[in-house]
Design a protein. Structure first.
Length: 513
């Protein structure tokens, strides 16, 4: 009898436990159901059990990427039972590619999420999967512990996080890397502003059989160095929205209607018609550093860290070019900020969310994976001497730091063996500048109830905005008017107006930090 009663009590306790578990699982079903149905990452060398993660990244596919990817996959198959397959897309077609992905035309698990490239608009459209703290703790615990809660707050859309951000701070300042041998040949002693740069380019056009500045894509780098930095402007949207820090009250502006921008567009138009940049620049894909490295071009415009990497590489493999770094903003850069935050988002509906987060964990914590993706194959693409990076003759096939997406931690970064004082001094000046707010790399506009029509916005970018910035239009005023009219129809200026009030709140919360 006692035994029967004991059994009944145990059954009752089990029933109560089941009901409690069911109650709590129902409470959290919306946020956690995707994890509960996904097998957790386990090491497995059996190819039949290896999961392929398809990744979309904005950037250049360098010649040796496939070989590097296979080396990474050898590690990932053993570590977490996955392999990656990366598809690279151009900046100029990013939104089109994203639209195709989210429409189900491509099977993608992870995608490059950047505050500059409409991260929050896509989040508002449910293109990305919300990432909860429990998911991060379960699948990427070391990465989660490194994330500053303040950082997570800044990237939230409607109280939810839709990306795992990189914690690496990269400078937002753009500089010119110029061939010092050609400067010496023609008696050029400095490149401190656009006029001196133009003079150098004209001399090269007349006397050298090269393209003075080999450029394509969207032209944002030149615009950053020549126009934005001297005016304390920071672009926050591919349709030319920027933050203006030139006054005590920062504001959101549309560059085509900002002072001096038409003059800048006319300058680039003049350079194109004179052959200082390619006549078909607006119709070309982005030009990587290989044109400069191979001597087909005399200048390259990029972020200062990238310029310092390239300078060290060229000093190793082609020292006769004597690459030099210049700030062409007329020494008027009075503040410093970081590049907009970037990271990975898990595409909504992905069946491999746990594996995707586990890959991010590997990128952030596995030195071999990090070094491969950021530097290439040791002994072929680079050497390590006394703990420092040394370029080889093959480095141009997979340059160091070639994509910010892989730069997920500072822990495994290699310092260059050859670092010249010009770049170090300039970087130090940028980092020590004061008088302006910093930390706005994490500001982006939250779409309100009416979300800007993103496909229409991108169509205007491709038809008007990108060609404008590379000098393609003879009638600049008409191109600006047409782009304004069509962006207005897409709700863009309502989005901009909302951004101003959001900026004011952001300043109150983070501006003094």
């Amino acid at each position: 009898m006692k035994k029967t009663k004991l059994i009944k009590r145990l059954m009752l306790l089990l029933a109560v436990a089941f009901l409690v578990a069911f109650f709590f699982s129902a409470m959290y079903k919306d946020e956690e159901s995707i994890i509960s149905t996904i097998p957790q990452p386990n090491p497995d060398n059996n190819p039949k059990n290896v999961v392929q993660l398809n990744i979309t990244a904005v950037g250049v596919r360098y010649p040796d990427f496939d070989a590097v990817q296979e080396q990474v996959n050898l590690i990932l198959r053993k570590a977490i039972g996955v392999e990656i397959k990366v598809n690279f897309i151009d900046k100029s077609t990013a939104t089109q590619s994203y639209t195709a992905t989210f429409a189900g035309e491509h099977n993608v698990n992870l995608i490059d999420a950047n505050l500059f490239y409409d991260y929050k608009i896509w989040a508002a459209r449910n293109a990305y999967m919300p990432i909860t703290e429990n998911m991060m703790e379960l699948c990427a615990p070391k990465t989660f512990r490194k994330l500053n809660p303040k950082l997570l707050e800044q990237i939230k859309y409607r109280s939810r996080v839709y990306m795992v951000p990189s914690t690496v701070n990269t400078s937002g300042e753009y500089v010119v890397l110029a061939r010092g041998d050609l400067m010496d040949k023609y008696g050029i002693t400095s490149l401190k502003d656009a006029n001196e740069l133009e003079n150098f380019l004209r001399i090269l056009k007349t006397n050298e059989d090269i393209t003075p500045y080999d450029v394509g894509g969207v032209g944002h780098e030149l615009m950053q160095a020549v126009y934005l930095q001297p005016r304390s402007l920071q672009m926050i949207d591919s349709s030319l929205l920027a933050l203006d820090f030139s006054s005590a009250s920062p504001k959101v502006v549309w560059l085509p209607e900002y002072e001096g921008f038409t003059d800048y567009l006319q300058l680039v138009q003049k350079w194109r018609s004179s052959g200082l940049i390619p006549e078909n620049a607006a119709a070309r894909k982005p030009v990587g550093e290989e044109s400069f490295v191979q001597g087909r071009s005399a200048i390259y415009v990029c972020r200062i860290e990238e310029a310092m990497q390239m300078q060290s590489f060229i000093d190793d493999v082609s020292p006769q070019f004597d690459p030099r770094i210049y700030d062409i903003s007329g020494q008027r850069v009075t503040w410093c900020d970081y590049e907009p935050l970037n990271g990975f988002a898990v595409v909504g509906g992905s069946h491999n969310a746990a594996k995707s987060l586990a890959f991010i964990e590997q990128l952030a914590t596995n030195e071999k994976v990090f070094r491969l993706l950021n530097y290439g194959v040791e002994g072929y693409h680079y050497q390590i001497e006394n703990g420092k990076y040394v370029a080889t003759e093959h480095s141009s096939r997979y340059p160091a730091g070639n994509n910010r997406l892989w730069q997920f931690t500072d822990e495994f970064v290699l310092e260059n063996r050859l670092q010249r004082q010009d770049g170090l001094n300039l970087l130090k000046r940028y980092q020590s500048s004061n008088g302006k707010p910093r930390g706005f790399g994490s500001f982006s506009i939250d779409p309100d109830a009416k979300v800007v029509e993103i496909n229409e916005k991108q169509r205007v970018n491709i038809r008007f905005i990108y060609p404008l910035t590379l000098g393609a239009f003879d009638d600049i005023a008409s191109a600006i008017k047409n782009s304004r009219d069509e962006l207005g129809s897409a709700g863009f200026f309502e989005y901009m107006k909302s951004g101003q009030s959001q900026l004011e709140r952001y300043l109150q919360q983070y501006g003094g930090e």
